[in-house]
Design a protein around this ligand. Structure first.
Ligand code: PHE
Length: 454
């Protein structure tokens, strides 16, 4: 039966396309995950592997998702159904949707902490000056039951209200306003961090590789981070690709997003690591790293209170574009493929995320001892999405673009029917998605999970 053709909204301008896609990529991944993962895994050597996987896996998969989305003009599950009717390829879209919900569930925990810190900083309630008081301040927030839950619900509600506003009036408008502010605030924090005494030890950690800490698991984590960072393997970029106009360059957009996103991660690293070293923290403090160090650094310098508020406001801003793109995945599915109104689709998705998300938030308190495979719910959702589901979906997305759609369709979409002079680049891209990316993901995935031993 032919589906009823809904009138589809899309992004209105080229700038809007960049703002929305970059807004999705930039987020807690840059400000929270990238620094603590680099800290846990030996700094520059990890970053180097992360960059390689971003160029050879993350970027080509983003281009593939854009192609699949724009070509089909459908949300993530429908995209595969339309391009490969009657075939099981749509399961890739289903896996993406599951990942989007899992990520959103723990992402909103951390976003809730970030918003709570911004609020505390603005109201002067984050007066920590010693290492112990910084740890204490974090534990009293994350380790209690109701406060972090309420913050989590607030951020879910905020994302929902914007999503109900639609693709152009909600996502595009908000990300276009917020991104420049984020960038300016981040540069201001960098300038401050670089003028701390002891900044050089932090920079050395960030830029001088020590490969002795690299293991099969850290390579898998670097690959997982490159998926998480570029929001690929989740269906976000397929969904956003379906909102991109016919005249935009898909590879061009992907390359711009990738480079800008790397730049933001480096800027965030430069804001954080000098502080870690100059205040005697260990870079391996794990996920709370950001919440320990930043309040201390800013509290012990002139105008510190202002910078502290600035930093957490910018981090709060960064979470928004990413949350919008995650929420848009189930919402667009329910709206387009199940014919729900956008509002009901958003409410149902938000409630599901809130229900699952409280298990992530309570992993630091009531559910601390509840573990599966030795991981609490927070870590489990994080690990299952970034280190299993997203790379696995990545394999199928690459194969789908490389073989199922094949060179003819890929050239049409990636060169805008020959209008763009980027043929050599598209050929290189095709070679990567047909051979290199799938092989690399399979090897890193099996090796990282211990299924094969290299
Ligand atoms: N890229 C986002 C970040 O770095 C997270 C994200 C992952 C968003 C997957 C959408 C999809 O914070």
């Amino acid at each position: 039966m032919e589906k009823q053709q809904l009138k589809r909204e899309g992004f209105g301008t080229s700038l809007g396309v960049i703002a929305a896609t970059l807004g999705s990529a930039v987020g807690l991944g840059n400000i929270w995950k990238f620094p603590y993962m680099a800290g846990d895994n030996g700094g520059a050597a990890f970053i180097f592997i992360y960059l390689i996987s971003t160029f050879f896996v993350g970027l080509p998969i983003m281009i593939s998702e854009f192609i699949i989305g724009r070509r089909s003009n459908r949300a993530v599950v429908g995209a595969f159904k339309k391009l490969a009717p009657g075939k099981p390829w749509f399961l890739t879209g289903v896996s993406g949707m599951i990942s989007a919900i899992l990520i959103m569930s723990f992402y909103t925990t951390v976003a809730g902490w970030v918003f709570a810190y911004a609020f505390k900083a603005i109201t002067g309630g984050l007066n920590v000056t010693t290492k112990e008081s910084a740890v204490q301040a974090f534990n009293s927030l994350a380790g209690s039951v109701w406060t972090p839950l309420i913050w989590q619900w607030l951020v879910i509600a905020l994302a929902s209200v914007i999503i109900i506003g639609g693709v152009r009036g909600g996502i595009e408008r908000i990300t276009k306003t917020l991104l420049p502010i984020l960038f300016i605030l981040l540069v201001a924090c960098d300038i401050r961090a670089l003028t701390l005494s002891g900044a050089s030890a932090g920079l050395e950690f960030l830029f001088k590789p020590d490969f002795s800490k690299i293991t099969a698991m850290s390579v898998l984590m670097a690959l997982g981070l490159s998926f998480f960072k570029l929001s690929v393997g989740v269906g976000t970029m397929t969904t956003y690709g379906s909102y991109i106009g016919k005249d935009e360059s898909l590879p061009g957009t992907a390359v711009k997003v990738m480079f800008s996103d790397i730049l933001v991660s480096i800027l965030a690293g430069v804001a954080i690591f000098p502080a870690v070293f100059s205040f005697g923290f260990q870079p391996e403090s794990g996920p709370p790293l950001l919440f320990f160090t930043i309040p201390m650094v800013f509290n012990s310098m002139p105008l510190g209170q202002v910078f502290l508020a600035v930093f957490f406001i910018l981090s709060s801003i960064a979470t928004i574009g990413a949350m919008l793109s995650l929420l848009e995945v189930p919402v667009s599915y329910l709206h387009e493929e199940r014919n729900w109104s956008r509002k009901n689709a958003t409410i149902a998705s938000a409630l599901t995320i809130a229900a699952l998300g409280c298990t992530a938030t309570l992993s630091n308190s009531a559910l601390a001892d509840f573990t599966i495979f030795n991981k609490n719910m927070f870590d489990l959702m994080d690990f299952a999405s970034s280190n299993v589901l997203m790379p696995a979906a990545g394999i199928f997305i690459a194969l789908f673009a490389g073989y199922k759609l094949g060179p003819k369709v890929v050239y049409e979409e990636a060169t805008n029917n020959g209008k763009l002079a980027n043929r050599p680049l598209v050929s290189a891209y095709l070679y990567i998605v047909r051979f290199i990316a799938p092989a690399a993901i399979i090897i890193v995935l099996l090796n990282g999970l211990g299924i094969i031993k290299l």
